[in-house]
Design a binder for this molecule. Structure first.
Ligand SMILES: Nc1nc2c(ncn2[C@@H]2O[C@H](COP(=O)(O)OP(=O)(O)O)[C@@H](O)[C@H]2O)c(=O)[nH]1
Ligand SMILES: [Mg+2]
Length: 339
């Protein structure tokens, strides 16, 4: 007897993509699967996905903006992911919904890096109030920036109260993430003599709070010394937020000692900057920066997609290569051809 005949018939698997309306409705009703699908569309470079993503963003942007956006930077190995897991879990346990997004402009080439991070946030990833998303592969810094900003909008419309952005790549991503967050934390570790560990003064000047991590297991004294040295240096630097003095503190992301103090410090920051207006001013400036970077990206994309440009481009390269045309003239001619 053919047992297959007795099986109840299942509906065929659904391969169709959700419409913009389904995604908008799904995010409003806190459907995580549809949130993830919408983020995938935002991250896609396919024009038909981008069109749906645009509709979703247009509908949901007015509902976004209600989270605290935190950025966390620091050298690889300083303990950023461990800190995010500890802080995120702690916040979730207090009833807050936390989204964690990684920002890694190098991830186009090395998609592996964040996977390790994600597994290290195992406890947080399992928490029903948490949502963790690895970095988009944007192709360019501008691409990653756009995708991350749009993902923040989706997460906020969904209702996440805290959105944490972790910089993964080194070098370029700090400045970028600073333009997307309300409060920016720098994670360092004590030891090796040099407390600044190649962290440039410029990066310290982006931070609203500095953490000397791994203050545990006999390393507490070194961490306290590093903290004191940092606070000495900080007293000579101008911080990124008017009316707020950046200070260093010790923490252990592993034992979670110093975590409630960290959150109290962040709340103090939010309270002060909200009442002084610095919070709103920064968000306004960031909106203009977002607009400008969209223009930059859009112009680049349209320029290179124009057939007049793409037909001529190899020819111009060849002429420059063979010395027939100076680069300045070539660039100008190609731009004129387009605009
Ligand atoms: N002892 C100690 N180890 C830590 C602490 N925070 C992170 N680590 C360890 O440092 C390593 C790098 O941590 P990770 O969070 O991946 O650093 P990231 O590259 O900055 O994200 C891991 O082996 C962590 O377990 C801490 O507070 N104390
Ligand atoms: Mg990490």
């Amino acid at each position: 007897m053919d047992t297959n005949l007795k099986r109840p018939s299942r509906p065929p698997p659904r391969f169709t993509e959700p419409s913009a309306e389904e995604l908008i409705d799904g995010i409003r009703h806190r459907n995580r699967t549809l949130l993830a699908r919408a983020i995938t569309l935002v991250e896609s470079n396919a024009p038909k996905h981008q069109e749906v993503a645009r509709q979703v963003l247009e509908a949901l942007t007015p509902e976004a903006g209600n989270s605290v956006r935190l950025g966390i930077t620091g050298v690889p190995g300083a303990g950023k992911s461990t800190l995010i897991e500890s802080l995120g879990f702690w916040l979730c346990e207090q009833g807050r919904d936390v989204a964690v997004l990684a920002v890694d402009p190098s991830s186009t080439l090395h998609r592996g890096s964040i996977l390790g991070d994600k597994t290290r946030m195992e406890q947080l990833a399992r928490h029903p109030r948490a949502f963790i998303r690895p970095s988009p592969s944007g192709g360019t810094l501008g691409g990653v920036a756009r995708k991350t900003r749009e993902t923040v909008v989706l997460c906020e419309a969904f209702g996440f109260e805290t959105v944490i952005l972790e910089t993964v790549g080194v070098g370029q991503s700090e400045g970028l993430v600073r333009t997307m967050v309300d409060c920016f934390l720098l994670v360092l570790i004590a030891g090796a003599g040099d407390e600044l560990q190649g962290i440039k003064k410029g990066v310290m000047e982006l931070a609203d709070h500095i953490l000397v991590n791994k203050a545990d297991g006999g390393n507490e004294r070194a961490a306290l010394l590093a903290k004191a040295e940092l606070n000495r240096v900080l007293s000579f630097l101008s911080g990124p937020t008017p009316g707020w003095s950046t200070r260093a503190a010790t923490i252990s992301a592993l034992t979670r000692a110093g975590l409630p103090e960290l959150w109290a410090r962040i709340e103090d920051f939010l309270e002060k900057t909200r009442s002084s207006g610095a919070f709103a001013t920064r968000r306004q400036r960031q909106a203009v920066e977002w607009f400008e970077s969209l223009l930059d990206e859009g112009l680049r994309a349209r320029f290179f997609a124009d057939p007049r440009v793409s037909r001529q481009l190899p020819l111009f390269r060849e002429r420059i290569h063979s010395g027939q045309m100076p680069p300045t003239q070539a660039a100008e001619s190609l731009l004129r051809l387009w605009g």
